[in-house]
Design a protein around this ligand. Structure first.
Ligand code: NAD
Length: 500
């Protein structure tokens, strides 16, 4: 019988009394490896109540002491990185190298959180009026919640709870029901780091469980990462219940290739950025925008480079990338590829019907290259989330900028060029939140925020960086004056708002 994924409530791993369970599969075989509970309301209530009680004490723990817990956590994550990577690779299908890379990017956020004593400092100004000083203080919100997607089951929870908890909050996480084993590993190490029980709670399930968090009066703020339609629902529901919300959602990321770019670099980076993690990254490059006539000829070499990729299971060190997360995801990607052909695009490389020896049931899709794509086609309009690269051709940089700016998403983009002037113009004029210059996937390190924009983000304050500190705290401002012998008096009541 498949193992049951436990809840993490009040510092303990407990078996849920759920009536309904969701199968967790290995995407390379579709074998069921675990069952994930659809957490009943009473257990969610218990988790939130425990978080609330724990937060009451935690907010009084000195900030340097909180940072020391995070230091222990960071050490444990590093020590267990390989083991977490194996769990992550089994349930997501990622290659072990990619799984390790994902965990490392999460560890970097914990390292950033270790600097919270500095990051949490407020501001001060003496003499804002005669003998009047002002100070501002960052204080925790209470209990925060996180709802996370399947494609980064370690990194994205680590974007959230270490910073939220380090800021003095408790945190209730509802990870993706498609890969709940990795977040469980993160919780095991959290427990081992010695954090007081109750600060991190993990409940499992889908829409109903997410909604329970969004509607609960004891949840103050919600961090969400996932698809656009779900993100819109989360943002509307959370804000309708007067909560803070930050929703990082889907994307369509273009790489603009100028004719003066280094062709070899362009091709290598396009291949990795389009097909790494089987294209299941919100920052994957899914559209190559080739500028000018001479770059048209580059598609042949791009096709040959993509044709060399081969998907495989996490246990195969030579695999370029793994399977898609589910049979449904594979069917949808294959449907979009077929539709592109019917809509008149040129299918230079067709990854449909891909097989991997020894893994007949895996959700494999081969690297796919679609040329002559137009903005009206479904393969352009939707986030494909597969190893599929669309190619579009424009005459010049202005047309490229216009194309990218017209796209409703604004997560990431990239330009490859040798021209400083072209790069400068691109970064200045482009309406996208994260820009790479000769870098295909510009995911900022955690001291900067993850600043996706337009339809890729709903909210005001982004994930990690200084934004996250503001998101997970409220600011208190104190204006103070101490009377002494020199303080003037006897002028009568001050009937204005002015300080005197
Ligand atoms: P998803 O929206 O299907 O699921 C995300 C989370 O929401 C899961 O925990 C899921 O259980 C929950 N959920 C699903 N339906 C819900 C509903 N109707 N109401 C409330 N909660 C619901 O996303 P996914 O398929 O797991 O992840 C892929 C998506 O995430 C892609 O669109 C990708 O671009 C996006 N993503 C964005 C970023 C970013 O930073 N912008 C990062 C990673 C992934």
């Amino acid at each position: 019988m498949a193992k049951k994924v436990p809840l993490f409530v009040d510092g303990e791993f407990i078996d849920s009394e759920a009536d309904e369970w969701i199968e967790v599969t290995n995407p390379a075989t579709n074998a069921v490896i675990a069952e994930c509970p659809v957490t009943p309301g009473v257990e969610i209530e218990r988790a939130i109540a425990s978080a609330k009680a724990a937060q009451g004490n935690w907010r009084e723990v000195p900030v340097p002491e909180r940072a020391r817990y995070l230091m222990r956590y960071q050490q444990l994550l590093k020590a267990h990185q390989q083991a977490i990577a194996r769990t992550l690779a089994e349930e997501t299908g990622k290659t072990l190298t990619d799984a390790n890379g994902e965990i490392w990017r999460g560890i970097e956020v914990v390292e950033h959180a270790m600097g919270l004593p500095t990051l949490l400092m407020g501001e001060t100004l003496a003499n804002v009026a005669a003998k009047v000083d002002t100070t501002s203080w960052r204080q925790p919100l209470g209990v925060c919640a996180g709802i996370t997607p399947f494609n980064f089951p370690a990194m994205i929870p680590l974007w959230m709870f270490p910073l939220a908890i380090g800021c003095g909050n408790a945190f209730v996480l509802k990870p993706s029901e498609q890969d709940p084993l990795t977040p469980t590993r993160l919780a095991e190490l959290f427990r081992e780091a010695g954090f007081p029980p109750g600060l991190l709670q993990i409940i499992h399930g889908g829409k109903a469980q997410a909604d329970a968090l969004l509607e609960h009066p004891d949840i103050q703020a919600v961090s969400f990462v996932g698809s656009p339609t779900v993100g819109q629902h989360i943002y509307r529901t959370a804000t309708a219940h007067f909560k803070r919300a930050q929703c990082m959602v889907g994307a369509k990321n273009h790489m603009v290739v100028m004719p003066d770019a280094d062709k070899r670099q362009v091709i290598e980076h396009l291949v990795g950025a389009a097909c790494g993690a089987a294209g299941q990254r919100c920052m994957a490059i899914s559209v190559a925008v080739l500028v000018g006539e001479q770059t048209r000829a580059w598609t042949g070499e791009l096709q040959s480079a993509l044709a060399k990729l081969h998907p495989g299971p996490a246990t195969d060190p030579a695999a370029s990338y793994g399977p898609l997360i589910s049979r449904q995801a594979k069917a949808r990607v294959e449907e979009i590829i077929g539709e592109a052909e019917r809509e008149g695009a040129k299918l230079l490389l067709d990854g449909r019907g891909c097989t991997v020896e020894g893994y007949p049931a895996g959700n494999w899709v081969g690297a796919t290259l679609i040329d002559e794509v137009t903005t009206a086609m479904r393969c352009y309009q939707e986030e494909i989330f597969g190893p599929v690269l669309s190619v579009m051709h424009v005459a010049d940089l202005d047309q490229a900028i216009e194309l990218v700016n017209r796209n409703p998403y604004g997560n990431g983009t990239s330009i490859f060029t040798h021209s400083g002037a072209a790069a400068r113009k691109y970064r200045h004029d482009i309406d996208v939140g994260q820009i790479g210059v000769n870098l295909p996937i510009p995911v900022p390190l955690p001291f900067f925020a993850f600043t996706g924009s337009k339809g890729s983000f709903y909210g005001d304050l982004h994930a990690y960086g200084k934004d996250a500190i503001r998101f997970y705290t409220k600011t208190k401002t104190v204006i103070e004056r101490w009377f002494d012998a020199d303080t003037p008096s006897g002028n009568g009541p001050n009937m204005t708002l002015n300080l005197r």
